[in-house]
Every structure is written in structure tokens, then in C-alpha cells.
Ligand binder design. Structure first.
Ligand SMILES: *Cc1c(COP(=O)(O)O)cnc(C)c1O
Length: 346
């Protein structure tokens, strides 16, 4: 990368090792289950997350949708956080394609939902009401500022789900960031879940792809849903090869991204015109003091125009800038960012 891009971790490019593995990948027709690299990725992902089986999907959105279509019947209700990615940022695919009704529950500042709120969201056995089938968690929680949720809390929601005959799905787009934050094996974090989606892109740097895991019967149904959504791929081994490196070589280093985010937030907090709002895992939110000479837009434009540094206003809230660290934001980059922000604001 010849510029520093902090807009998101989704901007991460594949690593040199990934490009090499992609060029050399053994491939076959994955719709025939013939692609050895995809098969390997699915087997390894299932093993790492402690589930029976896995299916490679093109995106996290597709993984979540395949999961909901495989778990639920049309007309059923699912319990989701009011700020969850599934509810806010997936175009209501559950309703468009699955005829599912989201029942939202408030997400608290610590990224959890209260068990009492979850209890209240279950519809009674009443012919006026849709049948409640599933509850979904998000880890790390995007709109809660990248906060991870713990294995203990997840187990508590798992017990709630079992007690009430519900399925537990985890949107674990950044579940490996959560595992790194808690220093636990990812399979412990998701032990209570029936299914999990996670992204190979974002912090793990693969160019394309997510994986959905669960039991054999569920994955068979999810593969059917993927086909209907147009998501079955042929020689996808070229993508899965990068995914294998994401899984085996990129997950343990996520703690470096978290350390770098902390370093960057600490450096920014020493600049008087900067107000740090939060720093969790690889996320930072900040704003500018009201009396700053540059307007918000001028600041973002000058960083890009004069210093080759990209930041973007956070769509969720006026005046906030969201930064995400990733593999390509190393310590020299952090020094450059801090000196650029200092130069512009002092
Ligand atoms: C990125 C993300 C997804 C999936 O996004 P895609 O862009 O479809 O891969 C799902 N959930 C969360 C929390 C995410 O951050």
C-alpha cells in the first residue's frame, strides 16, 4: 500500500504469502466438492471453531443469511440486537429472502443484551405471534465500538437458548479479534453456539471470503441456501488458499493490531485538539475539539491531500471519526499518522 488507510480493516490487502499461495493453489469444481483447497479450508475452520463442518461463503453477509435460511422457516421470528450488523447493515436480507421477522433487543454499552430482555423477546405460544426460533450475538460488536463479548456471557446466552428451545447463531465477523482480546481459544468463545460466521477478510487480510460453521446437517442446508443465493463457486481454491493463511498465520497476530490501536489512541490523546471516545480491539473513535481551527471535513481532506492518510467520518454519528488498525498499519505508520495529525492540529 502506498498510502495509509485507516478507514476500516476491510481495506486490508492480501499479504505476499497469500498471493503466492493463491497462484499455486490446487483447485477443482467446488460445486462437486472437488476443490481440495476449499475442502481443506472448511475442514480446518470447523476444527478451529470446534464444530462438525463448515462452508466457504463469499461474504459475512452471505454467511449470516445462509445461516438464518438454514435454521429458520418463513414467518418465524429471530431475536437480534438493535445495533447488530445483521439487523442494521445486511439490507434486511432475512426478511427479503427468508420471510423472517427480526425482534430487536437493546444492545448495552458493554455490547451484551440483558438476559431478561432476551426472555421478554420470546413470543408466547399464541396464534397471533410468529414462532421465535433463534437468537443472534455479534462478537466483536461493530456498533458497540469493536467491544468483544466473553465466553462466560456467550455461555449464559447459550444456556438461555437451550432452556427455551432456541438456536444460537454468532455473527463472528471478527471473532478472532475477540479471541485475541480475551486470550482464549476461539472454540471456547463459540462453544455455546449452534453456528458461527466469521470473515477471512478484514483483519485476517484474505481478499475475499467468510466461513460458516455448524453441525453436518445444518451445513448441508446452508450449502443449499448458498446455491440458491448464487453463492456456490467453482475453482474457489484460489480464494481458499488465502483463507488458509488467514486462518493459520494471521489470527495470532491480531493482538498486534490491538496493541497498535492502543498506541495510536494514546498518541492521539496527547494532542489537545483530539477527543478519544473509545478504543477497543482494533477500533478507535475520536472527534475534534469544538474550537479546532480546521473543520472536520477540512481535517480529513488535508490528511489525505497532504499526507496520504485516509480516515473517514463515521456514518453512525456526526463529527466522529472511526479508525481501524490492521496488518498494513505498522508502528512506522503509526508514527507518521501521529506526526501528521499533530502538524495539522497544532
Ligand atoms: C463485516 C461484517 C459482516 C459481514 O460483512 P461483509 O462485508 O458482507 O463480509 C457481518 N457482521 C459484522 C459485525 C461485520 O463487521
Amino acid at each position: 500500500m502506498n498510502y495509509i488507510d485507516l478507514r476500516s480493516d476491510t481495506v486490508s490487502h492480501p499479504t505476499p504469502a497469500m498471493r503466492e499461495a493463491m497462484a499455486k493453489a490446487a483447485v477443482g469444481d467446488d460445486v462437486y466438492h472437488d476443490d481440495p483447497t476449499v475442502n481443506q479450508l472448511e475442514a480446518d475452520a470447523a476444527a478451529m471453531l470446534g464444530k462438525e463442518a463448515a462452508v466457504f461463503v463469499t461474504s459475512g453477509t452471505q454467511g449470516n443469511l445462509c445461516a438464518l435460511l438454514a435454521h429458520c422457516q418463513r414467518g418465524e421470528s429471530i431475536i437480534v440486537g438493535d445495533t447488530s450488523h445483521i439487523f442494521r447493515y445486511e439490507q434486511g436480507g432475512m426478511a427479503q429472502f427468508g420471510g423472517l421477522i427480526p425482534h430487536t433487543v437493546p444492545v448495552q454499552a458493554d455490547a451484551t443484551m440483558r438476559i431478561s430482555d432476551l426472555e421478554n423477546a420470546i413470543n408466547p405460544d399464541d396464534e397471533h405471534k410468529p414462532v421465535t426460533r433463534l437468537v443472534a450475538l455479534e462478537n466483536t460488536h461493530n456498533m458497540a465500538g469493536g467491544l468483544p463479548i466473553s465466553a462466560d456471557y456467550t455461555a449464559e446466552v447459550g444456556a438461555f437458548a437451550r432452556r427455551n428451545g432456541l438456536i444460537l447463531h454468532i455473527d463472528g465477523a471478527r471473532i478472532f479479534n475477540a479471541a485475541a482480546a480475551y486470550s482464549v481459544a476461539v472454540k471456547e468463545l463459540v462453544a455455546a453456539a449452534d453456528s458461527v460466521t466469521f470473515c477471512l477478510s478484514k483483519g485476517l487480510c484474505a481478499p475475499v471470503g467468510s466461513v460458516l460453521v455448524g453441525n453436518h446437517d445444518f451445513i448441508r442446508r446452508a450449502r443449499r441456501a448458498r446455491k440458491a443465493l448464487g453463492g456456490s463457486l467453482r475453482q474457489a481454491g484460489v480464494l481458499a488458499a488465502a483463507g488458509l493463511i488467514a486462518l493459520h498465520e494471521m489470527t495470532d497476530r491480531l493482538r498486534e493490531d490491538h496493541q497498535n490501536a492502543q498506541l495510536l489512541a494514546e498518541g492521539l490523546s496527547e494532542i489537545p485538539a483530539v477527543r478519544i471516545h473509545s478504543q477497543n480491539t482494533n477500533f478507535i473513535f475520536f472527534s475534534l475539539a469544538l474550537d479546532t481551527e480546521l473543520t472536520f471535513d477540512e481535517f480529513v481532506r488535508a490528511l489525505w491531500g497532504e499526507y496520504n492518510i485516509r480516515m473517514s467520518p463515521y456514518a453512525g454519528e456526526n463529527g466522529l471519526i472511526r479508525l481501524r488498525t490492521h496488518y498494513w498499519i505498522d508502528q512506522p505508520a503509526i508514527a507518521k499518522i501521529l506526526s501528521a495529525v499533530r502538524a495539522l492540529l497544532t
